[in-house]
Design a protein around this ligand. Structure first.
Ligand code: GLC
Ligand code: CA
Length: 558
């Protein structure tokens, strides 16, 4: 197995609007990140991924970029970003940015030119199509609901494509001139010292546009766009070129947001693949129907969850390298998703940490996860900022949900659940900002859940994450945890998750009981060394483990 720095990394994702506000306007910013960098060092991570900070009207949390070269004023300026890079370097922390090149904001100059000057070259930077008798060219439903086509103002029977909201027109990757612009931009940032990128929505860049009425898959008469724009034949040529003209030249780390079919995975994440690794959604979107309409709840259980984790691990292992995570800015808090309300506790939070941090792959911790932050219960739709939440709410109502039911669905799944400000201490707004009003409400439980007390309390979720990171980075078990093979341990009850990591003679065993029952399991006697558990006293005799409710335990054979 080829060694790479990014295989050994532990990444921490920062959602900048909610991390730390330094000038008290209620919005997090770059200086805020700089101020809190020592906290991240103390946690032990070595790489940060910062969600978009480029100039943007912020219709989709910055995933709608209007200038790729400028930092948005709300976050600071380009000088602040240089300072952030320096501070990170001084602490030996690498920095990844988000790369959003499937689409731009409709306020990007390119798109503005394309509209006002249909004969300019920028028209061909996007996807414009004539409609059919005033109707969109086809009945695709965008990822966030509603038609994926929007009529061009002041032009007759003309539409532009947007896989996400109408404020995010899709770029035309068939156009070489556009591609060149993108490569120049990527290299500009990499030359500044960026270690790489998290790549947004990249599997959508190749479109297979079919005109006319397609078979509908919903009450709205629309058809889910993914079928025609996700991972289409020919995309490999584009991804290959992208890699060779940019990332490869800098030995960058790239992590693409991409559910890739297993038969193509090697091309993507194998040695010399298009990306270093990808995020798959098989276990994080386990509660979401395949159409992506998360106002509907898709029932799941731990057997399915276990199957998906094992499958993801084994397929990734057979083809290359992977990223492992339970949370990001598009997910609700993992503790609320996976654990019933009455069992939410420090213990179960540690169990989830153990479950994913020791899998094979580069672990990604999302801000606040390390202190056990939870979902927020908004009582008013207006308190939600996320554009997709508003879309999903209305789609829920259209599908027959009552306003209460629709709001409940948002409470459960809204992306704002993980976007609330970081809870640093017990002061006003949890220490995030001294502004009267923060851009999104602070979760009122900041008095109990906050970084300050988490650092102090020996048995906190935070200190448990530190232990896990330390185990992975600095211990005797470093090599097996990073480079060891993943092997499911099959001889256990259906609901229990037990896996081994194996590197030559070194082995560790991770046992997770994600239920409220007690399980006794037989394990090979060689696992005689106890490393870590989420309970104060793990019960453990050679050859046998008694797993208490929600217990997780880590053993080794040396
Ligand atoms: C990705 C981002 C998400 C964003 C979408 C459109 O899924 O993670 O936050 O809304 O792309 O850019
Ligand atoms: Ca601010």
């Amino acid at each position: 197995m080829e060694k790479k720095w990014w295989k050994e990394a532990v990444v921490y994702q920062i959602y900048p609007k909610s991390f730390q506000d330094s000038n008290n306007d209620g919005i997090g910013d770059l200086q805020g990140i700089i101020q809190r960098m020592d906290y991240l060092k103390h946690l032990g991570i070595d790489t940060i991924w910062i969600s978009p900070v480029y100039k943007s009207p912020m219709d989709d949390g910055g995933y709608d970029i209007s200038d790729y070269y400028a930092i948005d004023e709300m976050f600071g300026d380009n000088q602040d970003f240089e300072e952030l890079l320096k501070k990170a370097e001084s602490l030996d922390i690498k920095v990844l940015m988000d790369l959003v090149v499937n689409h731009t904001s409709d306020e990007h100059l390119w798109f503005q030119e394309a509209l006002t000057n249909p004969n300019s070259k920028y028209r061909n930077f996007y996807v414009f199509r004539e409609g059919i008798a005033g109707q969109p060219p086809n009945n695709w439903r965008s990822y966030f609901g509603d038609s994926a086509w929007t009529a061009v103002p002041d032009e007759e029977n003309m539409f532009y494509l947007h896989a996400f909201t109408k404020k995010q027109p899709d770029l035309n990757w068939e156009n070489e001139e556009l591609r060149e612009e993108i490569y120049t931009m990527i290299n500009y940032w990499l030359d500044k010292g960026l270690a790489g990128y998290r790549i947004d929505a990249i599997l959508n860049i190749k479109k297979r546009i079919v005109e006319g009425q397609l078979p509908a898959d919903g009450e709205d008469g629309l058809a889910f766009i993914g079928q025609w724009i996700l991972n289409q034949p020919g995309i490999e040529v584009m991804l290959q070129e992208l890699n060779q003209r940019t990332f490869k030249l800098h030995d960058s780390m790239t992590v693409a947001e991409a559910d890739v079919p297993s038969e193509r995975l090697k091309e993507y994440i194998g040695d010399g693949g298009f990306f270093s690794m990808v995020f798959d959604f098989s276990y994080t979107d386990i509660d979401v129907p395949s159409t992506g309409e998360w106002f509907k709840f898709s029932h799941w259980n731990w057997q399915e969850m276990k199957k998906n984790i094992y499958n993801s691990q084994l397929v990734t292992q057979a083809n290359g390298w992977g990223a492992v995570y339970l949370e990001n800015h598009d997910q609700p808090r993992s503790i609320n998703k996976y654990i019933p309300e009455e069992y939410i506790s420090t213990t179960t939070k540690k169990m989830l940490a153990t479950l994913f941090m020791l899998l094979r792959g580069t672990p990604f911790i999302y801000q606040g996860q390390e202190i056990g932050m939870t979902n927020i219960q908004m009582s008013d739709l207006a308190d939600y900022d996320d554009i997709a939440t508003h879309d999903q709410y209305h789609r829920g109502i259209l599908a027959g949900l009552s306003p209460e039911e629709a709001l409940q669905a948002m409470n459960r799944r809204s992306r704002d659940n993980s976007r609330t400000p970081i809870q640093w201490d017990t002061s006003l707004n949890g220490g995030f900002s001294t502004a009267e009003k923060t851009w999104l409400k602070v979760n009122p439980n900041y008095r109990e859940i906050n970084a300050e007390s988490a650092i102090e309390e020996k048995d906190s979720v935070f200190n448990y994450y530190r232990q896990l990171i330390d185990l992975r980075k600095n211990s005797l078990y470093q090599q097996v945890i990073i480079y060891g093979d993943f092997q499911p341990f099959e001889e256990v009850a259906e609901d229990v998750i037990v896996y081994q990591r194996i590197l030559d003679k070194q082995k560790i065993l991770v046992a997770i009981n994600p239920t409220s029952e007690i399980f006794e399991i037989e394990i090979p006697e060689e696992f005689e060394k106890y490393l870590l558990s989420n309970y104060e006293k793990a019960q453990f005799v050679f050859g046998k483990l008694v797993l208490k409710p929600y217990e997780s335990i880590v053993l080794s054979n040396y």
